[in-house]
Design a protein. Structure first.
Length: 343
């Protein structure tokens, strides 16, 4: 008995030692570079390999131990379930590490981030699908270890079509939402960090899952939108083709406003401003109403955040200019007062 226990402890110690040597070699490989892959490898794999390697050694070296057949069968079942769970954990760690390494090459914080947002959207959705598949297969494999419930594990894998039909009838909307999430990942009507207007709210796409999309609104609220809404209803995507935007400012002024002077002042406002990209600027009279005319100032920016800030700045500066130099050109209410004649 004591010899068996010592042999088991020796196997476990050997596994832990092998794991430590493995990580020493791997971390040394990345110690001379600025790459964060070594730290990422240690974070993702240290715990799972610390358990998995000793367990695999026990499964290989434990059979010769002098124990009864019944005890050996119990340990075999226990080791099989643990190894399946740890191997599934290892596969999930591989998937997540691959995602992190891949996405680290595509920075979505740069100005021209269209391709990066596209990659982030596809990878994040596909990773979620892979994690679900690994969990499903691991659960079915663990059930097949035990003779009494092996048929359940086999059925879970073999009759997926029948289960899919039953679940499809029971949860048609949920299944449709899942397929909508997959369709969004492939066709990409929206991407991570896209600027959208949904249900009258302006915001940026913060997260895309298989069932819902999180939109971060400008005041830091979060709008949770089902994925199928982006396929079934129309919405505005301001950065579908490019992150660059044209910002507009609308003013309603009196008919006596000197348009050319206001147009020249708009350029003076924009030419030295850091948020204007120098590509487009215009000022047009876009409408003439009963009492006022509508001036629309147009300006280009690198992204939506810059567009919002520049629009506010231009609106304020144009208003100050009119108040100071042409107060009579602000909207006026004209009235014709005549003396009433007696009947």
């Amino acid at each position: 008995m004591w010899i068996t226990l010592l042999w088991v402890l020796l196997i476990i110690f050997s596994g832990l030692l092998l794991n430590a040597l493995l990580f020493k070699v791997v971390l040394k490989r990345f110690s001379s570079t600025e790459d964060k892959t070594g730290l990422l490898f240690k974070t993702r794999f240290h715990t799972v390999l610390q358990l998995l390697i000793p367990l695999l050694l026990l499964m290989m070296l434990a059979p010769p131990l002098p124990i009864s057949a019944e005890t050996a069968l119990t340990f075999r079942h226990l080791f099989s379930v643990l190894s399946i769970a740890l191997f599934a954990w290892f596969l999930v760690a591989v998937v997540l590490t691959g995602r992190d390494v891949l996405l680290s090459r595509y920075d979505i914080n740069v100005k021209d981030n269209l391709h990066a947002r596209s990659v982030h959207t596809q990878v994040n959705v596909l990773v979620k699908i892979l994690v679900i598949v690994v969990a499903l297969v691991a659960t079915a494999s663990a059930m097949m270890v035990f003779e009494s419930i092996r048929h359940l594990g086999s059925s879970l894998l073999a009759s997926a079509g029948v289960v899919g039909i039953i679940v499809g009838f029971a949860a048609q909307r949920s299944i449709a939402t899942l397929f909508a999430g997959l369709q969004i990942a492939i066709t990409q009507p929206i991407r991570i960090d896209d600027v959208v207007i949904v249900d009258g709210e302006w915001g940026q796409v913060e997260e895309i899952t298989l069932t819902y999309v999180v939109v971060r609104i400008w005041d830091l609220r979060r709008l949770i939108v089902p994925t199928n809404q982006f396929l079934e209803k129309s919405f505005q995507n301001w950065t579908r083709i490019s992150a660059e935007l044209l910002g507009t400012v609308t003013l309603h002024v009196d008919y006596s406003v000197p348009v050319e002077i206001v147009r020249n002042h708009l350029y003076e406002i924009l030419k030295d401003h850091a948020l204007w990209d120098g590509k487009v600027w215009r000022l047009h009279v876009t409408d003439a109403g009963e009492r006022t005319v509508e001036l629309r100032a147009l300006m280009s920016t690198a992204n939506s955040s810059d567009a919002w800030e520049l629009r506010c700045h231009v609106r304020e500066e144009l208003l100050k200019f009119l108040q100071k130099n042409y107060p009579q050109c602000l909207p006026l209410l004209r009235a014709d007062v005549r003396e009433a004649k007696p009947c």
